[in-house]
Design a protein around this ligand. Structure first.
Ligand code: AMP
Length: 428
């Protein structure tokens, strides 16, 4: 199906063409016509599926339609997009700005519409200034938005469309209370576009109360590799925990990888692994929540521009980062849950590109990895790499994990052991 069949205006078709989108992705095919009709949408889709454009294009079309009347009045917030992280806020903002460039605008205005991006962790003052004179679209993380509301810097009484992007992550990051407060400040008659990769009970419940007769769009996670969906090869390598950095270096050198995103469990591990790589003359930087916003922005910009070969990140980076053509993601420490696993590996194989997701599995985390695989319905062979064959034996976890004495624990034993294991093992 071509973009021209979705009901988009000529200006937005030009915007789509200028972005080199040739055919709409499945979520765009399903969500755009429904959203253009003003329907609520409940989308189950991963990052990388093209969901940002799926909600941005209908919002822009509505704003384009109301342009003549708005041109005479002060700008008021028409669309509110709530996201879990600063990086995602910046990315969504960029997509809006780039697609909005093609909208016609009244001669007395510099641009057709104003987009304001607000997030925590940086000074509030420039954001307050940015909201002066009103704005058309706000992209925000919930906590900072409430701060701005409390400072009377923004008013939500005219919001026509609310987007919740990565709703599951909003809950994971503890934004439930903030979300509830924000919802009470919005007009009840509005359109809701709700996107989430997963639907745990809290998200399901919010969707049920929030949405009116939504069009449901389910983009299956599997099979990977179909049109418009990421094509990710998943592999798992058995390695002793203390030898993981060496193995990482070996793989980077052997395969001449130019850009690798490495996930670890803690900020400390991010610092240590990056430092070890730098000592081995591999250009690497840590990326975690304790870095200043300026530093985080710089690391991302350097990585995008290929000035950095490796970024060693905590899960703060696992959502929402859209780094084109990221070929390799490595789980140096395994993620805590299968949900985080999906988000981490989703950093590679973006929109039609191919990617490789590698997990390092040590004796102590093998059971945990089986659990992730089971929940993800994947079954990977634990590979051995020459000169890095594992020698460690899984620690005894008592009756739940030990299996029958003298026997190798079977898959069920391993699953039970994994259920008892809540945290990934620390870096050694
Ligand atoms: P998202 O899932 O919104 O994070 O989008 C993932 C990536 O796909 C972004 O880099 C978009 O620019 C890109 N993209 C979105 N829609 C299309 C499309 N129809 N064709 C090709 N690329 C797209």
């Amino acid at each position: 199906m071509p973009f021209t069949s979705l009901g988009l205006s000529p200006a937005l078709l030009r915007a789509v063409a200028a972005s080199s989108y040739t055919t709409p992705t499945p979520i765009q095919i399903a969500a755009i016509p429904a959203a253009l009709q003003g329907r609520d949408v409940l989308g189950s889709a991963q990052t990388g599926s093209g969901k940002t454009a799926a909600f941005v294009l209908p919002i822009l079309q509505a704003l384009e339609g109301s342009m003549p009347s708005r041109a005479r009045a002060q700008r008021v917030v028409q669309a509110l997009i709530l996201v879990p992280t600063r990086e995602l806020a910046a990315q969504v903002g960029e997509t809006i700005r780039s697609l909005a460039q093609h909208l016609p605008h009244p001669p007395h205005l510099a641009s057709a519409l104003k987009v304001t991006i607000v997030f925590g962790g940086v000074s509030i003052n420039p954001q307050m200034l940015g909201l002066r004179g009103g704005t058309d679209i706000v992209v925000a993380t919930p906590g900072r938005l409430l701060d701005l509301i409390d400072h009377n810097a923004v008013e939500l009484g005219n919001v026509k469309t609310l987007v919740l992007d990565e709703a599951d992550r909003l809950f994971d990051l503890g934004f439930a209370d903030e979300l509830k407060r924000i919802l009470t400040l919005l007009p009840t008659a509005r359109q809701n576009l709700f996107f989430s990769a997963t639907f745990p009970p809290a998200v399901e419940q919010l969707a049920n109360t929030l949405l009116h007769d939504p069009v449901r769009v389910v983009i299956p996670r599997e099979p990977l590799g179909s049109l418009g969906e990421p094509d990710i090869t998943q592999r798992a390598i058995a390695v002793d925990a203390p030898r993981r950095t060496q193995l990482l270096r070996h793989l980077i050198e052997q395969h001449a990888w130019q850009r690798v995103l490495v996930f670890v469990a803690t900020k400390h591990a991010a610092e240590i692994v990056a430092e070890k790589l730098r000592k081995a003359r591999i250009n690497a930087e840590p990326f975690h929540g304790e870095l200043s916003q300026g530093k985080r922005t710089q690391v991302l910009a350097d990585f995008k521009a290929s000035r950095l070969k490796v970024v060693v990140a905590t899960d703060v980076a696992s959502r929402g980062l859209d780094i084109a053509e990221l070929p390799v993601v490595v789980n140096f420490d395994l993620p805590r849950s299968e949900v985080d696993y999906v988000h981490r590996i989703g950093r590679t194989g973006r929109a039609g590109e191919t990617g490789l997701a590698l997990s390092f599995v040590s004796a102590a985390t093998e059971a945990h990895f089986y659990l992730i695989q089971k929940r993800q319905r994947i079954d990977l062979i634990l590979e051995h790499i020459e000169a890095f064959e594992p020698t460690e034996v899984a620690p005894d976890r008592g009756p739940a994990g030990g299996g029958i004495k003298g026997h190798r624990p079977n898959k069920k034993d391993k699953l039970r052991a994994a259920a008892a294991l809540t945290q990934p093992i620390p870096l050694t």
